[in-house]
Design a protein around this ligand. Sequence first.
Ligand code: PLP
Length: 379
Amino acid sequence: MSEFVYAPKPIEIVGGDGSYLIDTAGEQYLDAGASFGCAPVGHCHPTVVDAIQEQASSLTFVQGSYPNPTRTSLVKRLASLGPGDCTNVWLCNSGTEANEAAIKFARSATDRSAIVATTRGFHGRTMGSLSATWKPAYRQPFEPLLDDIEFVPFGDAEALETAVTEETAAVIIEPIQGEGGVNVPPDGYLTAVRECTESAGAAMILDEIQTGLGRTGSFWACDAAGVVPDILTTAKGIASGVPMGATLCRQWIADGAGPHGSTFSGSPIAAAAANATLEVIEEMNLTEQAAVHGETLMSTLTESTLDIKAIRGHGLLIGLDVRRGANVLAKQLAIDHGILTMPAGRSVLRLLPPLTIDAAEVEQLVTGIEAALDQEASA
Ligand SMILES: Cc1ncc(COP(=O)(O)O)c(C=O)c1O
């Protein structure tokens, strides 16, 4: 076990069923973090399980340069789901790889090197994506990283307009920041990013790895803003946790993308899991469900008398600024109330439940949070 990388959590998980994870003692936990956003259709959804089993029994792997019907149908599906004309698809194995590809494609297509990123942004931990990730603690031990990167305050359109010049290859941005604290930019911000990148001839990269696939109540968060980026990245739950990421781009980026590749690009098992996951999201109207349940969660928590400094987010990406250590609260929720959540920064508790969460589970989540916060207040 990679204990030098992860501090192990005090429960050992052996099973999953819908919104719940099950530990070795048979205890059930409401997974309000969807295993870091990787279970949008819940754990072990039968459509996904069947698709994986069926694919594994006919062809476990063939490299991406050989056409394969499962992979081809995923590429077509993603092309049809891509925002606007983001219809060219590169498949990879994780979020950080999707962003690595995005940065490479943008540099190659523009023949420029400078990247503009934002404070509190998170784009992954491989060297290119890490260079665009803001948190000093993640970056410093590995420096020097890419040196042609400038950070501007997230949400500040004027600062971005000043930073983007005719030397800029790309702006990389999350439409709503996840890891950085669930930060929602002001209205009009993404439009301003779109306008200034377009007039400078730079690529707009939208990292929708956490916000995409219906989570924020529109299929992509950029749909709600009416903005089409040049490059969009997705990963996390796209294949229900079977490793997969994708980089979608417009034609001018694809035309100049440059050489890139990966042995495991669009592996048939991951592609089968992704086809099934996307099918379930569509058939169960999970984007609309995320909007409905997100609204209930936000309004119930906002109306409660709890000492919460701020509640931010859209759909089922919600951050509660609880003024105190979110880590401690997350641990208490897990151990005392059987609810798994994730921190996003020091004081923000992040809720990212499966999009399949139902009304009773939403109520369980609210009740658990209320009890945990009450418990803290009276401690
Ligand atoms: C917005 C965003 N970008 C990129 C990543 C990196 O994805 P991965 O951990 O799959 O490399 C994450 C992961 O949390 C993320 O939230």
